[in-house]
Design a protein around this ligand. Structure first.
Ligand code: MN
Ligand code: MN
Ligand code: MN
Length: 285
């Protein structure tokens, strides 16, 4: 089996490589089929359709959508959908607007809590975001750059997570709504990084049931960095619930050396790979 990666980010959201650089990296890492899944935008993908074809990297349409389920923020990866579906694009646009509003409130929080510490913070943030979709990852990058945190993880812990100075609740669409957009656009909905939400096993089953009821069909069984036992456990769960299995690195930056583009364990034999649901056949070499 050739290498595939169905989850990664570019400068169109909170990644540090441009869409062109991601394609170059895919070539370097011998990834044959790639989905660029920026947060709530398809702009990065759209820039490199021709470039990827020229470089012999097959691109599958992708996007990672933030949504709300019970009290949790859940990420749903959409794959192989029609890029010009107006309902989906309209939905993504509304989430980008919500992200912008959240970032502005976060900036206000930082300014009001310690004005001297955060002088010029907003200008630097918008410079960092550039044309991309703003996310909390950008705040973490900037806090690290300014020496206010040792790394991204610490920045979240000290400043961004619930209960901290920068925290703002997010106004995402409901899970069922997002799954609906994806299906309407002819795509496949995938629960992203199911281990990241720290749900109990029962709660994860409940998420899966609600997701399936809305029409969701797949779950990430392999994503980095994960232990072998996590993969085996998630494969069992996927099989039990009749979900197809996806795999993706969630690559954001070459600095994250534990999370390389295409560096993924193969899917366990027992699961049905997500690409069986694609309308686009994978080019084999
Ligand atoms: Mn991200
Ligand atoms: Mn995510
Ligand atoms: Mn991601």
């Amino acid at each position: 089996m050739f290498k595939v990666d169905f989850h990664c980010h570019t400068t169109s959201s909170d990644g540090t490589l441009t869409p062109f650089e991601i394609i170059d990296l895919a070539v370097k890492h011998e990834v044959k089929v790639l989905a660029i899944t920026d947060h709530d935008t398809t702009a990065g993908y759209e820039q490199v359709i021709e470039y990827a074809a020229k470089k012999n990297v097959q691109l599958i349409t992708g996007v990672e959508i933030s949504c709300h389920w019970l009290t949790h923020t859940i990420h749903i990866v959409a794959l192989d959908f029609s890029i010009d579906d107006s309902q989906l694009q309209q939905g993504l646009k509304s989430i980008r607007q919500a992200r912008l509003e959240r970032a502005q409130l976060m900036l206000e929080n930082f300014q009001s809590k310690s004005p001297e510490k955060f002088i010029g913070f907003d200008a630097e943030l918008w410079e960092l975001v550039g044309d991309g979709v703003v996310g909390r990852g950008h705040f973490a990058q900037l806090l690290t750059k300014k020496g206010l945190a040792k790394n991204g993880a610490q920045a979240f812990k000290k400043y961004i997570k619930k209960g901290k100075a920068g925290y703002v609740t997010s106004d995402w669409p409901e899970l069922a709504q997002v799954v609906n957009w994806i299906i309407h656009a002819g795509g496949v909905a995938v629960i992203a990084h199911p281990n990241v939400y720290r749900l109990t096993s029962n709660k994860l089953n409940r998420l899966i049931n609600d997701f399936k009821e809305a029409g969701g069909q797949a779950i990430e069984v392999v994503n980095q960095p994960r232990h072998c036992s996590d993969i085996v456990g998630m494969a069992d769960r996927a099989e039990r619930h009749g979900l197809y299995a996806s795999l993706g690195s969630d690559f954001h930056s070459p600095e994250h050396t534990w999370r390389g583009l295409g560096w993924l364990a193969p899917l366990p034999q027992k699961v049905s790979p997500v690409w069986k649901l694609f309308k686009t056949p994978l080019n084999s070499d």
